[in-house]
Design a protein around this ligand. Structure first.
Ligand SMILES: [Cu+2]
Length: 479
């Protein structure tokens, strides 16, 4: 797999962005390529909830705080139950859950369950605003295959800023199928959440959200990698296999991930759950919001570094230090999961969506330069109406010459084809987010089940958060 040209052109934009950041006083405290891993990887707290009358209940408090990324510097940040990011919520397919989300930020926000199939009112999108001082308590049954999902702020026009400051975390779903598999599953030991981000810091240690016109156009890129909110992170491995839940939680960066020694790894899951069979690779491209679980083999005493190999952002996300004696792990099973493939013959409708970017002079901040089907997001407009219990094909065309990232709520879709060709082995999967390079077309198939509500829409949007905030979003209802 090679990086096609439209992604490579980002190098030029990145240089400009970095220059802009410097002019704005955004002098990095550390060099762009942080080679020295000096901080133990932070592992987010694991929250398995508590049982109340058969419902699994979680409490999340959105808070404003400071985080010491750099020694001696207190950086103002947002977090959930902590100063930056939030706990990993672990849920099980079939269980009823309630999440009490209390906002103490001093400003409104929302919390969206990215990748989850649930009623639109519980989705945490732009319509489910949590005002300062309020608690929002969505309640739903988990109807989900084992997967690495996530949660993040999703307030109209403020998603990028709130996520940048730290309102995000992972959700792990287990199901009977996944629990029967001999896969690493010991949280923080051989099964590791990896929330990958990039940020810019000023000399005073601040991490301001600084998106200007150009960043609304290109997306806001950071020059400093953070892994679970850890700068220059290392992890001490004690097992000869590690399962890494790779998660691009950046605002706008595409990560082309691999190890510095180019060793191969097995991808075992995509956004919405396990693949049918592991796929061996040595690079994995994740657009913003995409996830990929991999299993990597370690040799005793070995040091390897997980890096981004995209142009312009040579981030070292994690140095893995294998102990001199490693606990042996079972081989990764060849058969992972059953995927119920949807049949295009069952589709009752094909919809087309053009993701478009209008470049050039005169573009206005947030003024509709990124559109879907020529339209900018209008929270009072329903763009599409879908019948419950039907299968549809959604053809997404990126008619721009820059990458965009399609994400839709409510469903996990399957990729029928990309530019007329079958998807790569690791994209034969349940997915909720898909990267489209400039000019690409993907045909997606999905089934709308269980939940219908004519009054509460689900969102579809670009997951480059600056594009989303600039209006590259639409709404659909299931009736
Ligand atoms: Cu976009």
């Amino acid at each position: 797999m090679t990086l096609p040209t439209p992604l490579s052109t980002r190098r030029n934009f990145l240089k400009t962005t970095a220059a802009t950041a410097l002019l704005a006083g955004g002098f990095p405290l550390m060099s762009l390529a942080q080679e020295q891993a000096v901080n133990a990887l932070k592992i987010p707290a694991l929250d398995t909830g508590r049982l109340e009358n058969g419902t699994r209940v979680y409490d999340l408090t959105m808070q404003k705080s400071t985080t010491e990324f750099y020694k001696g510097y207190q950086t103002p940040t947002f977090g959930l139950n902590g100063s930056y990011l939030g706990p990993t919520l672990r849920m099980k397919d079939g269980e009823p859950v309630r999440i009490n989300v209390t906002n103490t930020l001093g400003e409104p926000s929302t919390l969206h369950w990215h990748g989850m199939h649930l009623p639109a009112k519980m989705d945490g999108g732009p319509h489910q605003i949590i005002r300062d001082g309020e608690t929002w308590s969505p309640e739903f049954g988990v109807r989900q295959k084992a997967a690495t999902l996530w949660y993040h702020a999703h307030l109209m026009g403020k998603t990028a800023e709130h996520v940048w400051h730290g309102l995000a975390g992972q959700v792990w779903i287990d199901d009977a199928e996944s629990e029967a598999l001999a896969l690493p599953r010991s949280y923080g030991v051989d099964d590791i959440p990896l929330v990958l981000q990039d940020r810019n810091f000023t000399r005073s240690g601040d991490m301001p959200y600084t998106a200007g016109r150009r960043d609304m156009m290109m997306g806001l890129f950071g020059n400093t990698p953070l892994t679970n909110g850890t700068l220059a992170a290392y992890f001490d491995a004690t097992t000869d296999k590690l399962r890494l839940r790779l998660h691009n939680a950046s605002n706008a960066s595409f990560y082309y991930l691999g190890f510095d020694n180019d060793q191969p790894f097995l991808q075992i899951a995509s956004d919405g759950g396990l693949l049918e069979t592991p796929v061996e690779m040595n690079r994995l491209l994740l657009g913003p919001a995409e996830r990929g679980e991999i299993v990597v083999d370690l040799k005793a005493g070995q040091k390897i570094t997980l890096r981004n190999f995209s142009n312009g952002q040579p981030f070292a996300f994690l140095e893995i230090r294998a102990a001199d004696t490693l606990t042996a792990s079972p081989a990764v099973p060849q058969k992972l999961a059953q995927i119920a493939w949807l049949d295009p013959k069952d589709a009752v409708k094909t919809r087309r969506f053009d993701m478009e970017t209008r470049m050039g002079p005169g573009m206005m901040f947030g003024g509709g330069m990124h559109t879907i089907n020529g339209k900018s997001m209008d929270i009072n407009r329903i763009d599409e109406t879908v019948q419950r219990d039907t299968t549809e094909i959604w053809e997404i065309r990126n008619v721009a010459n820059m990458p965009h990232v399609w994400h839709m709520h409510d469903v996990q879709f399957q990729i029928l084809n990309r530019n007329g060709k079958p998807p790569a082995a690791n994209e034969r999967a349940r997915k909720d987010t898909v990267t489209l390079r400039g000019g690409e077309v993907v045909r997606l198939i999905m089934r709308f089940e269980d939940y219908a509500d004519p009054d509460s829409p689900f969102m579809y949007h670009c997951h480059i958060l600056e594009h989303e905030d600039a209006g590259m979003m639409g709404q659909f209802v299931v009736v």
